[in-house]
Design a protein around this ligand. Structure first.
Ligand SMILES: Cc1cc2nc3c(=O)[nH]c(=O)nc-3n(C[C@H](O)[C@H](O)[C@H](O)COP(=O)(O)OP(=O)(O)OC[C@H]3O[C@@H](n4cnc5c(N)ncnc54)[C@H](O)[C@@H]3O)c2cc1C
Length: 363
């Protein structure tokens, strides 16, 4: 089953920096509910391609939900296809195919004290969280924002305005590689130590995220207060028919098996599995999952409205927690060792490993 996609008008394209553009979409009244979002969530866009028909890419919403805007911010990636196509071609009045908002990189409590880390384009979900928490919440918000140089700082003027408007609640610390060099784990740790009780959100290039996450772990900040969003490109096409998507997935899985022996198809429990699922306050029980299909497909077949986006193990939209039993994933690009230790699994890649399995989507 492909997710229903929608064609939206581009209302505005804003040049944020020399290599980043914000795209604002018009969401008509009849799609407002479908496109409702929480701060930190992302949209998936279809970029036209003469080679593949389309390239699907995720972009975090940089606007805040209460503004009524749907804005993404795209930074050019060196030799990247979709980001450069968007920055070079998209203009007001164009239309684009999109999937509705998705993702779990979002604060549960807007009144909590928040420690935000953004590196480069990783500012996009983070500024949405900051904007929303400042306007709708009551806690303190601290942002550590790392960039190559001053010219690369996206949303610089707005961050200054926010730090004036919310002087008692909002602190932004700019870290410029051109001035201070790359932030080391020790420097990040020293910074974060003052906010060890805060809820943390980290997004940026892989080395930056690794340094921040290690620093936060070393400070003893527990897993449930460390959230990360990884920016990766989707390889497949969640816009297509399910047959196409599954075929693409099978090809991918074969390629992965060849490249990464550790990702090889796991064992599965073949007999009928007793499966209990908690989702959006509902409880479902099934006794006929034979391990012949992944959890997400099984739930879809049963008419359960389980969340998903990429179907490739590349985003975390379908993440669930195993409360009892065990699931084995065929592929995983986003969950780290801590996530796995906490029982988090991607339903789009999960096969059963036990006779009785209980999972929850309620975080
Ligand atoms: C949850 C999430 C949120 C994200 N949010 C943001 C954000 O807010 N801002 C942001 O800038 N980025 C964001 N990203 C990253 C973004 O999705 C892309 O990964 C990034 O823009 C790089 O994509 P690219 O196509 O430019 O580069 P690449 O993916 O590196 O482009 C190269 C790829 O394109 C393929 N390709 C080359 N030519 C063609 C062609 N003609 N047709 C089809 N394919 C071709 C190549 O085979 C290769 O696989 C996010 C990612 C995720 C997962």
């Amino acid at each position: 089953m492909a997710i229903e996609s929608y064609r939206l008008n581009v209302a505005e394209v804003i040049e944020e920096t020399a290599d980043a553009r914000s795209i604002v979409f018009d969401v008509p009244a009849e799609l407002r509910e479908e496109f409702a979002y929480t701060p930190g969530q992302f949209l998936t866009v279809a970029v036209p391609s003469d080679q593949t028909g389309l390239a699907a890419r995720c972009y975090s919403l940089s606007s805040s939900p209460h503004s009524g805007r749907h804005q993404i911010t795209v930074k050019r990636t060196v030799d990247g296809y979709a980001s450069n196509w968007i920055c070079d071609n998209l203009k007001a009045g164009d239309t684009m195919r999109l999937l509705p908002p998705s993702g779990i990189f979002t604060p549960k409590d807007l009144d909590a004290d928040l420690l935000l880390f953004g590196g480069g384009s990783g500012i996009t979900p983070v500024i949405s969280i900051a904007r929303t928490a400042l306007e709708k919440g009551t806690g303190k918000v601290v942002l550590f924002y790392a960039n190559r140089d001053e010219k690369s700082v996206i949303f610089a003027a707005e961050l200054t305005a926010l730090s004036v408007a919310y002087a008692e609640r909002f602190t932004v610390v700019h870290w410029l590689e051109s001035v201070q060099g790359l932030p080391s784990q020790e420097q990040l740790s020293h910074f974060a130590t003052h906010f060890a009780g805060y809820e943390s959100f980290v997004c940026g290039p892989a080395p930056f995220m690794k340094a921040v996450t290690t620093a936060l772990k070393d400070l003893g900040i527990p897993r449930e207060r460390r959230h990360q969003e990884k920016f990766v490109s989707l390889g497949g096409n969640p816009f297509g028919e399910v047959e196409e998507v599954l075929a693409a997935q099978a090809t991918l899985a074969e390629a992965d098996d060849a490249d990464e022996p550790d990702d090889a198809a796991p064992e599965r429990f073949a007999g009928p599995v007793h499966l209990e699922v908690e989702l959006d306050g509902e409880h479902y029980t099934f006794d006929d999952w034979n391990g012949d299909k992944v959890l997400l497909e099984f739930l879809e077949e049963k008419g359960v409205d389980a969340p998903f986006s990429c179907r490739e193990g590349n985003c975390s939209s379908c993440a669930c927690v195993v409360l009892e039993g065990e699931l084995a994933m065929t592929h995983n690009e986003v969950l780290d060792g801590d996530d796995l230790a906490d029982g988090i699994r991607l339903a789009c890649q999960s096969l059963p490993l036990a006779e009785k399995i209980r999972i929850s989507y309620n975080g």
